[in-house]
Design a protein around this ligand. Structure first.
Ligand code: SF4
Length: 243
């Protein structure tokens, strides 16, 4: 899944941009997921009173209505853990300013706000006002009028690194590689964790493996199988029921 962050101070147009982008990208045939960082309140609003009562003692609560479904956890999950539950081509992340594994569009009301939010991952800046010609080193858009151009930018530049910080790409962290990709010095192919030689699916979902573990599993299994009569190189699939 490719991701882009929409960040900015309060009332800078983040939600309007997420909504407009989701509409435009859906129109282009993509499946869109959105994720919002809520920091003003400790608890999320639950849609039904009964659901909130379930949550008093349950670790997970699900709700299904004729038109919608929801799944709540009674603890905080990381962005990567939540992504495992999402199925989409693009993820639009509102907030999560501290996350450093995907490019960002900075929403702003006043010009001084923009550069404060630059962390090397910015690919554009957007405002509800009509920004005068500003030299920010990134394209500057109007959130309402330039939505097609912003969607083009997201289509071309969105990505998500795994946040394993394993260093196998030669960078100290995923953040460093993300900045290099945005600067055009490297690309996604430089992250071996995104195309592991070993892939494990757990209950139908791809299980994140760092390159070291991926190689260890591969070598162990291939080593054992290659000693068996009839072994040939190729695509190996093993299914294990751990019940
Ligand atoms: S190889 Fe991938 S997962 Fe590991 S640090 Fe580099 S970008 Fe992050």
């Amino acid at each position: 899944m490719k991701a882009v962050g929409i960040i900015g101070y309060k009332k800078s147009g983040k939600t309007t941009l997420v909504t407009n982008l989701a509409r435009e990208l859906t129109k282009r045939g993509y499946k869109i997921a959105t994720l919002k960082h809520i920091f003003q309140a400790k608890h999320l609003d639950l849609p039904f009173k009964d659901t909130a009562r379930h949550m008093q003692y349950a670790t997970q609560t699900a709700a299904i209505s004729p038109a919608e479904s929801a799944l709540f956890f009674n603890h905080r999950k990381s962005l990567e853990q939540i992504i495992e539950y999402l199925e989409a081509d693009f993820l639009l992340v509102e907030g999560f300013r501290q996350e450093k594994t995907f490019p960002k569009i900075i929403c702003f009301k006043r010009s001084w706000q923009v550069k404060e939010l630059f962390d090397g991952l910015q690919i554009g800046a957007a405002s509800l006002a009509h920004p005068s010609k500003m030299d920010l080193g990134v394209p500057v858009f109007n959130i309402q009028e330039d939505i097609e151009r912003i969607a083009d930018l997201v289509e071309g530049q969105a990505f998500k690194l795994p946040n394993l910080n394993c260093g196998d790409c030669g960078c100290e962290s995923c953040y460093e590689l993300a900045r290099e990709i945005i600067r055009g010095k490297k690309n996604l192919e430089d992250c071996p964790a995104l195309k592991p030689e070993t892939q494990i699916t757990l209950n139908g979902k791809v299980f994140a493996l760092n390159p070291f573990i991926s190689q260890m599993i591969r070598k162990t299994i291939v080593g054992m199988l290659s000693s068996l009569k009839g072994y040939r190189k190729g695509n190996i699939q093993i299914k294990i029921e751990d019940k």
